[in-house]
Design a protein around this ligand. Structure first.
Ligand SMILES: [Zn+2]
Length: 683
């Protein structure tokens, strides 16, 4: 294929180097990947074999500049494979993932290259480097050592095998999960069984069924976590049970999409790799360069919170059992009942009805008058929608982002609707990573999985979805406001137990009176959300924290259980191991299953959060403490936003993250604000 045929092979001429989606087809990726890897291999060879003695510029900066084509292809590919995949992309992924792992190994295990990096690292104090450059040299040295550069040849060979197989296994886990999630969607034949769901949800279920050639029926799709959103409103108990059982069956029902053998092999190979690199287990390896530092520190935080969270969950369970009796029913509280009765208690106690709120949360208003509005108030940034640029799906929206002085900052893509070609959950990612070195501005995307309303209907969000929209945009801001020299440190390239912190902080504006008043307006009448509902929403927000914290801690502790296995331990029974791990950690509450069970825990078995699911609550300590700071200093002001931007957001990973936090906050983080927020003050 020539350059003319394959648009991935040349730099995009669109604004901000937005990929020319209208000209890219799935068949372009494989040859572009091959070309990109070959190009970077040649660049790296030239750096390693340079007869000149190593300098920071001819080695480290040269590495930062290398792989331009590969980066461009990979950014587009991994985004599309997550947001809008097809059979070709899935096949390319299966083929390319192990090759990319091998490519990365070839660079990191190159003895001549490592010798140059090591020599520079030893001389680091005499190189006259500025702070960011010194931090980059440290990062490169650490990455090489952690990738096995200091190992002997036999160990290096085994490491290559392990990495290649692990990357294939992660792809298989993901593919199995997507297939099972689609297969297990619950088909309902009788509309009466959907009592409790809104007209819009029923219409969407009917459309989903039609798309599967099941005209006249209703298809209830599965969301990623164990707890399915529809469980809170489905009145029919047996449909609830079917939905719940489908959710937990994912990857766990034998047959071709079963993930048990896949995850056992992943856990085992990760333990072997950790041992090879000199660590007791994978968690020690994975957490070493995080802000937590050790698996013990992460575990200590989770275990400190667990007993109070579980006590809160048990108290909620007792209340829900009473609620069942109050409803005149006679059955025990099962996991598929929890959300339904919790919603009833919430409604009675706080008089907040999810369905009553939705008309005030119309997507376009939430986005422009809420999310964007808050960003404008804090950082002075403004947004202009662009209808002239190509996208990969008609539902994707493109906004150009400008700084306070009117200068261009980057592009923001909003991809909010669910579809079968999209993976579950919500996330932010980059199509172009910003850096001053490469003179590149960011192109970022937010993905959500909001059910698309029938043609002509407005998109009305749940309160959770509103929060998620603000959360993901917090990640986008981290990247959009990034001001680093090196791409390695751009925006969200920070430790993963730090990366959720700015996005969680951005959630504080959801209920901030000035912001809420601006976006929460009835989609038809324009009436603001009644003050009565605002107050109830604020009060009810902390209701259900026992459940939410327990299901989260259970998943985090399960993650650490899988990844603190040493290389000599063989696990055979996934279910037994999981049950034992939860029991041992004191978070085994039958009505509150972990937020993800092992066979569909994609975060830890394929999405880079292995031994890292604890990160969300670790980051939340920083988040809650930062929210306190904003409150103490007058909230939504340009002065506050600029301080947060200057000291923290703009720094990305270019400095020690905790040093950035201290520079912003003026002291070390304190845990009390988190405990208060989660109702864990006794912990
Ligand atoms: Zn996030």
């Amino acid at each position: 294929m020539t350059t003319v045929d394959n648009p991935l092979l040349t730099a995009s001429e669109l604004p901000y180097e937005l990929p020319p989606f209208d000209r890219i087809s799935s068949e372009h990726f494989l040859p572009a990947f091959e070309a990109g890897m070959a190009e970077q291999a040649a660049e790296v060879r030239a750096i390693a074999d340079n007869p000149e003695p190593p300098t920071f510029d001819n080695t480290i900066v040269a590495l930062e500049r290398s792989g331009e084509l590969l980066d461009r292809v990979a950014e587009v590919f991994f985004n599309l494979n997550a947001s809008h995949t097809d059979d070709t992309l899935r096949a390319v992924h299966a083929e390319i993932a192990p090759k990319l792992a091998a490519h990365s190994d070839a660079i990191h295990l190159d003895a001549a290259l490592f010798a140059r990096v090591e020599r520079l690292y030893e001389d680091r104090d005499s190189l006259g480097l500025d702070e960011e450059s010194a931090w980059l040299l440290r990062r490169y040295h650490l990455d090489f050592v952690r990738a096995g550069a200091a190992l002997g040849e036999a160990e290096k060979a085994r490491l290559r095998e392990l990495n290649t197989e692990l990357s294939s296994l992660a792809t298989r886990f993901q593919d199995n999960l997507l297939a099972d999630t689609n297969d297990l969607a619950v088909l309902v034949t009788d509309r009466a069984e959907l009592a409790g769901l809104s007209e819009a949800t029923i219409a969407a279920a009917a459309e989903a069924a039609t798309a599967r050639d099941e005209d006249g029926k209703y298809l209830l799709s599965l969301s990623l976590p164990t707890a399915q959103p529809l469980l809170s409103s489905l009145e029919n108990r047996s449909v609830r049970e079917r939905l719940f059982r489908a959710s937990v069956a994912r990857g766990n029902r034998g047959g071709e999409h079963d993930n048990k053998a896949v995850l056992l092999r992943i856990a085992r190979l990760r333990a072997e790799r950790a041992a090879l690199l000199g660590y007791p287990h994978h968690a020690a390896y994975a957490i070493e360069d995080q802000t937590a530092g050790t698996a013990q520190a992460a575990t200590d935080l989770l275990r400190r919170l667990a007993p109070v969270a579980v006590a809160n969950a048990r108290a909620e369970a007792a209340e829900l059992t009473e609620e069942i009796a109050r409803s005149g029913e006679d059955h025990p509280l099962e996991p598929w009942d929890w959300a339904f009765y919790a919603e009833r208690v919430r409604r009675r106690r706080f008089d907040v009805d999810g369905a009553e709120l939705r008309p005030y949360f119309e997507l376009d208003r939430v986005l422009k008058d809420g999310v964007f509005h808050a960003a404008t108030k804090l950082y002075g940034v403004t947004f202009t929608e662009r209808h002239d640029l190509p996208t990969y799906h008609p539902d994707v929206r493109v906004f150009e982002v400008f700084d306070a002085d009117g200068s261009p900052l980057g592009l923001f893509l909003g991809d909010y609707y669910a579809r079968e070609s999209k993976r579950g959950g919500a996330w932010m990612n980059s199509y172009r990573v910003p850096s001053r070195l490469l003179d590149r501005k960011p192109v970022v995307v937010n993905n959500l999985n909001i059910t698309k309303p029938p043609q002509g209907e407005p998109t009305l969000l749940s309160f959770d979805e509103v929060e998620t929209t603000f959360h993901e945009f917090g990640h986008a801001l981290h990247e959009l406001l990034s001001d680093t020299r090196y791409p390695t440190f751009a925006g969200t390239n920070v430790p993963r137990d730090f990366v959720e912190f700015p996005s969680q902080v951005n959630e504080m504006w959801v209920l901030w009176p000035e912001v809420l008043a601006n976006y929460a307006r009835h989609y038809r009448t324009g009436e603001p959300l009644p003050q009565r509902l605002v107050e109830k929403l604020q009060e009810s927000r902390s209701y259900g924290e026992g459940f939410a914290t327990t299901e989260y801690l259970a998943a985090s502790l399960l993650d650490l259980a899988w990844h603190t296995l040493d290389a000599d331990t063989t696990v055979e029974d996934v279910a037994a191991f999981q049950a034992q791990a939860l029991e041992k950690a004191g978070v085994a509450v039958p009505e509150v299953p972990p937020r993800y069970a092992s066979t569909y825990f994609a975060h830890i078995f394929c999405n880079g959060y292995s031994a890292g699911y604890y990160s969300y609550i670790w980051s939340e300590v920083l988040d809650a403490d930062t929210v306190e700071w904003f409150r103490e200093n007058g909230g939504l002001t340009r002065a506050n936003g600029d301080h947060f931007r200057r000291k923290l957001l703009s720094r990305g990973g270019s400095t020690d993250p905790m040093a950035a936090f201290r520079a912003f906050r003026g002291r070390d983080p304190e845990i009390e604000p988190l405990l208060k927020r989660r109702g864990l003050a006794g912990a």
